[in-house]
Design a protein around this ligand. Structure first.
Ligand code: NDP
Ligand code: PYC
Length: 345
């Protein structure tokens, strides 16, 4: 097991990535989650900490335990894949956490995308708490371009409104590249993920102006009031429309809950959202045939044009963090560590 070599502040705790995986597995097993789910989820929690995405790392363990205890997730869910001659793969997550459902459906999605050029995976009845980039990154490693989207709970006001209706609805995209890493972006369609606001509340920090409104619909910088009120969409009406598109495509179109329906199902339990996810994969070999290599080179030239003017590509920060933390481990706050220790008590 690799030890952490990271130097930390007095109010922090150094952990190796192996420590993170071990902690996550112990917490989730302790609360009766079946081993396949424990393994799939722990890998994602490690990936989030490794890439310094705190809003979807170990901080999530408390919410996962709350979800398990609330009975809103099936601890031993067995996702089932069904498919026919179309380009659609259906995965019934059986009311369990989404990572295992994605892992189980992915091979069939890849096969169909390579056969048809484009394929979609519909995941239904999954409890969702993860970032989406690990999924689109995995599909890029399979040589596919992909898009992924999912609703959440209704925590976000539509542009021009003041009441929570939309989810934080993340949207992720990946494009395979010739070097080490694909081109990837993955962001909430709210100004930030709700997890980021929850971390501000946990640290007693004000949130930046423009993130949220309080329960009366007035702008607020108080994280607690923001969580009780509504987050705002990024880019005003543009983010609001994108978020609405995600509600439609990964809600009614795939026969599953919208964020508002997920929140109603939650009925105050404050569990992770239950709904569906849509993943679309496109195969450059089928789209381009013999000219694939030429056009992939043009895409590379395009990325160069972005970077040579000083702009950074999305996910570059993550990839750099990955390099660093894989060597020296991570630091989490002592407060966070105590919360996790409490989950094992
Ligand atoms: P950010 O606002 O930080 O946006 C994230 C994306 O934008 C990343 O790809 C990031 O790359 C990129 N980015 C940030 N700054 C720049 C920059 N200056 N130039 C270029 N690219 C940049 O994160 P969010 O709070 O919106 O979302 C965080 C995570 O939360 C996502 O992974 C999302 O999947 C997850 N989420 C999950 C939900 C769910 O229901 N399951 C709901 C909402 C969010 P980099 O990482 O390198 O900075
Ligand atoms: O941070 O908004 C969020 C979120 C919702 C579900 C998972 N993450």
């Amino acid at each position: 097991m690799m030890a952490s070599t990271r130097s930390v502040e007095p109010d922090e705790k150094a952990l190796s990535l192996d420590d993170v995986e071990e902690l996550s597995k112990r917490v989730l097993s302790r609360h009766g989650l079946s081993s396949d789910h424990v393994t799939a989820i722990s890998k994602l929690i490690v990936a989030a900490e490794r890439d310094e995405c705190a809003s979807h790392g170990v901080y999530r363990l408390a919410g996962l335990v709350r979800t398990i205890i609330s009975g809103k997730v099936n601890r031993g869910a067995c996702p089932a894949v069904s498919t026919d001659e179309t380009a659609i793969v259906r995965v019934d997550a059986d009311g369990g956490f989404s990572p295992l459902a994605f892992n189980i459906g992915r091979p069939e999605l890849v096969t169909k995308a390579r056969r048809h050029g484009i394929a979609a995976m519909i995941i239904n009845r999954c409890v969702h708490f993860t970032a989406l980039w690990p999924e689109v990154e995995a599909l890029a490693a399979d040589g596919l371009v992909s898009l992924a989207m999912t609703p959440s709970h209704s925590w976000v006001a539509p542009a021009g409104g003041k009441k929570a209706l939309l989810g934080t609805n993340p949207f992720a995209f990946a494009w395979p590249r010739t070097g080490d890493h694909p081109y990837v972006f993955d962001f909430a369609t709210s100004v930030v993920a709700r997890g980021e606001v929850e971390l501000h509340r946990q640290r007693n920090l004000p949130i930046p102006a423009g993130w949220a409104v309080d329960p009366r619909g007035e702008p607020t910088r108080d994280a607690t009031l923001a969580l009780a009120g509504a987050l705002l969409t990024f880019g005003g009406y543009k983010g609001s429309a994108l978020s609405t598109m995600i509600e439609l495509l990964a809600g009614p179109l795939i026969g599953d809950f919208t964020s508002a329906e997920s929140k109603a199902f939650d009925s105050g339990a404050e569990a992770a959202p239950l709904h569906g996810e849509l993943v679309i994969a496109l195969c450059p070999d089928v789209f381009l045939g013999d000219s694939k290599s030429d056009y992939m080179k043009r895409a590379e030239a395009f990325f160069d044009l972005i970077e040579t003017q000083g702009a950074r590509l999305p996910s570059q920060r993550r990839f750099e963090a990955r390099e660093r933390t894989s060597r020296s481990g991570i630091a989490i706050s002592r407060v966070q560590y105590e919360i996790i220790a409490g989950l094992l008590a």
